[in-house]
Design a protein around this ligand. Sequence first.
Ligand SMILES: Nc1nc2c(ncn2[C@@H]2O[C@H](COP(=O)(O)OP(=O)(O)OP(=O)(O)O)[C@@H](O)[C@H]2O)c(=O)[nH]1
Ligand SMILES: [Mg+2]
Length: 362
Amino acid sequence: MRIGVIGLPLSGKTTLFNVLTGSQVETSSFSGGRQSHLGTVKVPDARLDFIHQSYPEHKKIQTIVEYVDVVGIAKGATRSVTILDELLNQLRNCEALLLVVRDFANDRVPHPEGKINPQQDVQIVETELLLSDLAILETRINRLQKEIAKRKDAKDEKELLVLEKCRGFVENEKPLRELELTEEENKLIRGYQFLSAKPLLIVLNIGEEHIGQEEQRLQILQSYANRPRTRIAALSAEIEMEISQLEAADAAIFRQDLGIKEVAVEKLIRESYALLGLISFFTIGTNEVRAWTIRQGTTAQKAAGVVHTDMERGFIRAEVVHFNDYQKYGSISKVREMAALHLEGKDYVIHDGDIVFFRFHV
Ligand SMILES: Nc1nc2c(ncn2[C@@H]2O[C@H](COP(=O)(O)OP(=O)(O)OP(=O)(O)O)[C@@H](O)[C@H]2O)c(=O)[nH]1
Ligand SMILES: [Mg+2]
């Protein structure tokens, strides 16, 4: 899973990117960074750690989330063809966007709009995403209309209908992530990578003085809380960066003193999983224990394909125990003894936290 970190210039994108990926990219007190950065984070999962304890000789393999730190999106940014192209390139293949919104005071760091106003900042970025999509929609619609006039084609006509539907939506200043489309319609437009269609996690970057008051600060973004494929969260990127440089034990104490309940990386990954409807399952192999990420609703046979295409093709059955039962019994042999390992067929829907043994034949 790849997530694009976007926001106004100087909102704390790079600071947060460093926190999430453990990178040390230089942050700026003046905007200007045009380079994008790619970093990965191994998804922390206490359940995987627990399973691994029983298999100390095995390798522990966590799933990975990738973050891309992109150029700041200032008001009017997407009117520049170069910036727009850059942005589209950098955000291509991102499954979701993480929008960093400034809510911290800092005299050394100018705000591009002159004053702190999270709601307005979200709106500015959202508008740029919409304008970018509108530009692509209009070009494509024009071209399709010409092609259809020359030579009728059923697929082109279908695509045109979807694009026109999208254009109507965007012209009403509504992001495409809120537009309900059928699976077929989605397929037709997936290649365009519309920015406003990507699920959005808005992260309010609060000042140090507001730590512990995340919920109150988030009130200002309440109007975004219940929108489709949108979530909100609050944290202080600066403090999180300081914490990330401490030893684990010191970090825990520091967090407790400040009243920070959850590690930022874990919080944002949890939010991203919820946003995208993702869950994890685990496998125990001959030399590794491993976590895998799938969409909610994935069947056992499809999940097998995530591990290996042969396993999907030659799928026979899955033997499944939920992590909670595994934890209760403490080992797979005990699980077997208590008959808590259940046999499932190809249509079984995998649950978050399932430990799965795939049986297959090719
Ligand atoms: N006080 C305070 N300063 C912060 C916080 N987050 C970021 N900053 C400061 O704001 C400045 C900009 O941070 P960056 O992380 O570089 O912001 P950016 O969004 O990546 O900026 P551009 O890439 O130039 O658009 C740096 O000087 C940071 O130290 C915060 O939570 N509190
Ligand atoms: Mg930056």
